[in-house]
Design a protein around this ligand. Structure first.
Ligand code: ZN
Ligand code: ZN
Length: 242
């Protein structure tokens, strides 16, 4: 191990991203937490991965087809995974970007390889005011660590959040859509190949739709969404048309 690597291990000994238990091996989660993480159930909506009884497209995507081609999430937003995301996002544990990106890479390697061409990773950005408050942009850290883990190119400045938005938590689906409408602007050159938007959680997909619409408007043809977690069932109000 390099000196920098040894120093990092001293500063951040391998620990479970969810419960902080120290680990003997370098892994995202301890054994009980690994056991309690849930992959998103299959079959899922071809567009947004919402779990369905049978393969097809979910009512929401039929009603309003998303601007992205397909969304993929590694885990259900519950249990240890939700705890890990909370620690990463709200409790200052920015160092969790790497173990969480590794878990995401492992769960999505096959999907990333199936997109055709070399996908470019683009984080869904925070507004600068929230960035200043939090001190870091969790989607940017996650996308950066994912790029390092997968060797895929990263374009972290392609999208900019131009409008400060309210937190999406607690808003209805219609409010979420309104809240993020035209919240993003694009700068730079449009990647020719597939673009994969990276974020921590996919809830109703309103933010992903708005970010992807900004890319589609400037001519990006193949926009996908990859998140660490996805709200499913009762945690996803849109599923019941509320
Ligand atoms: Zn644990
Ligand atoms: Zn859908």
């Amino acid at each position: 191990m390099s000196l920098a690597g040894e120093l990092l291990t001293l500063l951040f000994p391998p620990a479970c991203a969810a419960c902080a238990a120290l680990l003997e091996v370098d892994a995202p989660f301890c054994e009980p937490c690994t056991f309690a993480t849930e992959p998103v159930p299959l079959p899922g909506c071809r567009r947004c991965a919402e779990p369905l009884e049978q393969p097809g497209v979910c009512p929401r995507c039929l009603r309003a087809p998303p601007s992205f081609r397909a969304a993929r999430a590694a885990f259900v937003h519950t249990g240890p995974l939700a705890r890990a995301i909370h620690r990463f996002k709200y409790e200052g544990h920015s160092e969790l970007a790497l173990p969480l990106a590794r878990a995401l890479a492992e769960a999505s390697r096959h999907w990333l390889g199936s997109l055709g061409g070399e996908p470019v990773l683009v984080p869904i950005p925070l507004h600068h005011r929230r960035l200043i408050r939090r001190g870091y942009d969790q989607a940017a850290l996650l996308a950066g660590a994912l790029a390092r883990t997968t060797d895929l190119p990263l374009r972290s400045t392609l999208l900019r959040r131009v409008r400060a938005t309210r937190r999406q938590v607690g808003l209805t689906e219609a409010e979420r859509t309104e809240n993020v409408h035209r919240a993003f602007s694009f700068r730079g050159s449009v990647p020719a190949g597939p673009v994969v938007l990276v974020d921590d959680v996919f809830t109703t997909g309103a933010t992903a739709r708005a970010a992807s619409a900004a890319l589609r408007e400037v001519g990006a043809r193949w926009v996908y969404v990859l998140t660490l977690a996805r709200a499913v069932g009762e945690a996803n109000p849109g599923r019941f048309g509320l």
